[in-house]
Design a protein around this ligand. Structure first.
Ligand code: 3PY
Ligand code: MG
Length: 249
């Protein structure tokens, strides 16, 4: 089956992804039913492993939302298992160099593009009987830029063949700029984000970003990001709970 994120990106329409960091399949199902274009299962900061990611991917794929994962690290073994489990997009944290990005892209693609090993147990169930024929063109690869090194090497990273784009991690990037992780409005962070967006546009690649506040999410939409994540499951539950409590106090 097609990857709807690619369709939205090609049409220059904003795509929104939910973000699951609590390892629960019902939660993933609920979030996937709320109207997002994609739902991302976060194995980097979510306190769970691949066995828990599988039922979350199953739950997401009961809806039209594209199942995406953030892998815990740039690991062929983990990325292959997640793709075999039916992930249609991979966001890889802490990409610092073009070499890192090449290794990531190779883990996501079958030969001759890459070195993904064959065994798409659930890939077939989600993608269809023609999964193998289309997997390389369908699976979306986004390299996270969130360190000073990655930022400095962003142009080379963006030029890695078959990498679809970048995903900006504003909290880690803020820390690397000497700012607090929630310094979302800071000019230096905004300048860095603008620079990355301009580079990606110049090189014809996609850009996504995490946005922990609605103000940040609105700004990221306004500057033309392809993909915005408007907060994690935990952030949304806390914020909405606080909003309801203060309205009733
Ligand atoms: C960051 O902001 O560093 C992230 O990784 C967001 O997901
Ligand atoms: Mg990060």
């Amino acid at each position: 089956r097609e990857n709807r994120l690619r369709t939205l990106f090609a049409q220059q329409q904003l795509a929104l992804s939910g973000w699951i960091s609590m390892g629960n399949s019902l939660l993933a199902e609920v979030v996937a039913h709320s109207g997002y274009d994609a739902v991302t299962v976060d194995l980097q900061h979510g306190p769970f492993s691949i066995e828990s990611a599988l039922p979350m991917l199953q739950a997401i794929s009961s809806t039209a939302a594209v199942p995406v994962v953030r892998c815990s690290e740039n690991s062929l073994g983990e990325i292959n298992k997640l793709l075999d489990a039916g992930a249609y997009g991979v966001i890889c944290p802490l990409i610092n160099t073009a070499d890192d990005a090449e290794r990531f892209v190779r883990a996501c693609h079958y030969s001759p593009r890459g070195g993904r090993s064959y065994g798409p147990a659930r890939g077939f169930l989600y993608g269809g009987a023609d999964y193998f024929a289309h997997a390389n063109q369908t699976i979306l690869t986004l390299a996270m830029i969130e360190t000073r090194e990655g930022y400095a090497n962003a142009e080379a990273i963006l030029q890695v063949p078959n990498l679809d784009g970048i995903f900006i991690g504003p909290s880690d990037l803020a820390i690397e700029l000497g700012l607090p992780p929630d310094a979302y409005g800071d000019q230096r962070l905004n300048d860095a984000i603008d620079h990355l967006l301009a580079l990606a546009r110049k090189l014809g690649k996609y850009v996504g970003i995490f946005a922990g506040t609605m103000d940040m999410a609105q700004r990221m939409k306004a500057i033309g990001m392809d993909l915005v994540v408007p907060g994690t499951d935990i952030q949304q539950i806390k914020a909405e709970g606080a909003r309801r409590i203060s309205a009733l106090r």
